[in-house]
Design a protein around this ligand. Structure first.
Ligand code: NAD
Ligand code: UDP
Length: 317
């Protein structure tokens, strides 16, 4: 039987590259598209001799033409770290808008099932806690984060429009903070910052007083949820995937000091504008629909991630 084909945008990124690995291990042919703006070929170097994987360097804001069949499209291309999307505001808006439009058209042309990687950022700085999918969010439409938040909200709206108008088979996953190996060391997100700072003996930079919270999901758990949503159900409304275990950023900094054994001090820096104060997914829907919940405790996930960062920094044990 002919292998089915999966197209993954953002395939050289942190999450996208893990998704490529999963799709190959499930016996699919995989086409990866990425323009490497925030990703790296290193994340897929281990696949260079893999006959079922094709990597194409391509900017998905430009239309793409394929002669072959495509059965599933995972649209995961987009800068995702605040530092990246502050530096790339127009690219971020364009990949969420034109990139999503192009990939939806491709899905329609091929009769493929389409998944949008959306985000907890669609909830903005939320008044509702934990965040359920039914919450409409509180986003500042002109603040520095809006280039990402509004692009993703637009992408969700566009995805639903294709579902309603053309009956395209669509999925929307709202991803909450995810971490793990292959995060870029200098991507500016809290975990790469804290771990590299701790390993180098530099001060850990806590923004604000550190009382804001996040809920961190290990990448393997995320991929499992994403995969089940695509393959196991036909469900078109958004689904939160994340780990509901919430932690204050100041406590997270202390945890990183503990697991690294670092003597680094903690310093406080200004809180970025519109930084969400609390974030925690309500995963009732994913539990019921997908029989999914995260399995990797933070301690274990951090241990695995730390190993990756040590290798990257050439700190061999
Ligand atoms: P990442 O920056 O590591 O990966 C994104 C990839 O998309 C990169 O390889 C980048 O080069 C590529 N890309 C960006 N613009 C492109 C374009 N125009 N054409 C082709 N490729 C392009 O980020 P990530 O953390 O892996 O995020 C992946 C997806 O998951 C994103 O859509 C992001 O919004 C979403 N997400 C991630 C998180 C998280 O915590 N990691 C949370 C919420 C949502
Ligand atoms: N943060 C921090 N120090 C850092 C980087 C981030 O205190 O060096 C905080 C940031 O202000 C936010 C949280 O950690 O409250 C998560 O930030 P990140 O950039 O990882 O992702 P976000 O969830 O804000 O998109």
């Amino acid at each position: 039987m002919k292998r089915k084909t999966i197209l993954i945008t953002g395939s050289a990124g942190f999450v996208g590259s893990h998704l490529v690995d999963r799709a190959l291990s499930e016996g699919f042919k995989v086409i990866g598209l990425d323009n490497l703006i925030t990703g790296s070929e290193e994340n897929i170097r281990h696949l260079r001799n893999e006959p079922n994987f094709i990597f194409i360097e391509h900017d998905v804001t430009e239309p793409v033409v394929f002669p072959d069949d495509v059965d599933y499209i995972f649209h995961f291309a987009s800068p995702a770290s605040p530092k990246d999307y502050y530096a790339l505001p127009i690219e971020t808006m364009r990949v969420g808008s034109e990139g999503t439009y192009n990939m939806l058209n491709l899905a329609r042309e091929k009769g493929a099932t389409f998944m949008l990687a959306s985000t907890s950022e669609v909830y903005g700085d939320p008044e509702v806690h934990p965040q359920q999918e039914t919450y409409w969010g509180r986003v500042n439409p002109i603040g520095p984060r809006s280039v990402y938040d509004e692009a993703k909200r637009y992408a969700e709206a566009m995805t639903m429009a294709y579902k309603r108008l053309y009956d395209l088979d669509t999925r929307i996953v709202r991803i909450f903070n995810t971490y793990g190996p292959r995060m870029r060391l200098n991507d500016g997100r809290v975990l790469p910052n804290f771990i590299t700072q701790a390993l180098k003996g530099e001060p850990l930079t806590v923004y604000g007083d550190g009382s804001q919270t996040r809920s961190f999901c290990y990448v393997d758990d995320l991929i499992e949820g994403v995969w089940r949503l695509m393959m196991n159900v036909k469900y078109h409304d958004p689904v939160n995937i994340g780990n509901p275990e919430e932690v204050k950023i100041i406590d997270f900094a202390r945890e990183i000091l503990e697991i690294t054994g670092s003597q680094s001090p903690i310093v406080f820096k200004p809180l970025p504008q519109d930084d969400p104060k609390r974030r925690r997914p309500d995963i009732t829907k994913a539990r019921q629909l997908l029989n999914w919940e995260p399995k990797v405790p933070r301690k274990e996930g951090l241990r695995r991630t730390l190993q990756y960062f040590k290798n990257k920094l050439h700190l061999y044990e």
